[in-house]
Write a protein that binds this ligand. Structure first.
Ligand SMILES: [Zn+2]
Length: 343
């Protein structure tokens, strides 16, 4: 089959590779659409240690089942599917407690690190264990379905946070996941959403996604507005979708006493934390890790038109042009958000 292989750091090559072989509990999916994730772009230069070459990356995908393993009865060739990015063990303490996203020895599709290597979807075919498959509703396209994964990451962060419709909620970072956080907050009926980002075009998209107020982080009007809306208390909840000292400190400074910070972004390995503010203002800080069963709800929102995933879609291109699209994303071309490749 043809695949886009990261052969060495910063070297993506479209080439022939051997067809993957499935075991009894797996299916072979003919890939129809696969999104380029920020983690693929950051990972390909070796900086994250999560894309050790050679590896076929790609974990945001959809396709058609081509072949099923011997133990599989629930799925058949021809089924339209998308799949979780986490491959987890069903017989695991965390999985059995309902937290498969935290299970031991889990793998991520298209990731290669010290602990594991698992081939991903920048290829004609990808091997998927049956327990992470989801059926695509009939009116949802393959490209839309390929964006289920990042939207589910956003929904998971909402699910583990104390959402109150009447709360004032700040979303720091209006990239793709931030945008989905905003849309999903709107779907959940949250009345006041403030978006912060450094880029004007992203803020415009945040507004289209449902943000009531948009600000650049250094805008003096931001604290003024928050004070005005909240009676000088500060916001109730922040979703942080960047993961830098600066943005997390900004988030903490705008929270009310007893407020909560849910962190999705993790660009920095470590950050400077204002410990005394966290303790004396009794803040709750929580990390949000990937997805824990949010796929079906997201697919339903895409199917019934509540969630607009196309808003973040910048381009669709053949897989063989993948290397040049990675390059454009790596160089942070303005306005370029989600790029979907089609084998
Ligand atoms: Zn991703």
């Amino acid at each position: 089959m043809k695949a886009l292989v990261l052969e060495s750091y910063n070297n993506l090559t479209y080439k022939d590779v051997e067809n993957p072989i499935i075991n009894d509990n797996e299916v072979l999916v003919k890939v129809k659409a696969v999104g380029i994730c920020g983690s693929d772009v950051h990972g390909m230069d070796g900086s994250t240690g999560r894309r050790v070459p050679p590896i076929i990356m790609g974990h945001e995908a959809s396709g058609i089942i081509h072949e099923v393993g011997n133990n599989i009865t629930a799925w058949k060739p021809g089924d339209r599917v998308t799949f979780d990015s986490t491959i987890y063990n069903e017989d695991d303490w965390f999985t059995k407690k309902g937290m498969y996203n935290l299970s031991d020895n889990r793998m991520v599709l298209g990731v290669s690190c010290n602990e594991f290597k698992r081939g991903g979807a920048f290829a004609e075919y990808v091997v998927i264990p049956q327990h992470i498959l989801y059926k695509i509703p009939e009116n949802v396209s393959f490209s839309q379905a390929a964006m289920t994964e990042p939207a589910a990451v956003a929904l998971h962060a909402l699910n583990i946070s104390d959402l109150d419709k009447n709360a004032t909620i700040l979303v720091v970072g209006s990239g793709m996941v931030g945008m989905f956080v905003i849309q999903l907050l709107k779907i959940k009926g949250v009345k006041t959403i403030i978006a912060v980002d450094t880029e004007t075009d992203r803020l415009e998209k945040a507004k289209q996604s449902g943000a009531d107020h948009i600000f650049k982080p250094d805008d003096k009007e931001l604290p003024n507005l928050i004070n005005q809306i909240t009676g000088n208390r500060g916001v109730d909840l922040v979703f942080e979708v960047v993961g830098l000292s600066e943005t997390i400190n900004k988030s903490i400074s705008l929270l009310r006493k007893g407020g909560a910070l849910t962190i999705i972004g993790n660009l920095s390995k470590t950050i400077e934390l204002p410990l005394q503010a966290v303790v004396t203002r009794q803040l709750k800080i929580q990390g949000s890790c990937t997805i824990n069963g949010e796929y079906e709800e997201v697919l339903e929102y895409i199917s019934n038109g509540k969630l607009n995933v196309e808003r973040i879609l910048s381009a669709e291109a053949p897989l063989e042009e993948g290397a040049s699209w990675f390059d454009r994303l790596y160089k942070k071309e303005k306005g370029l958000m989600k790029v979907i490749l089609k084998p």
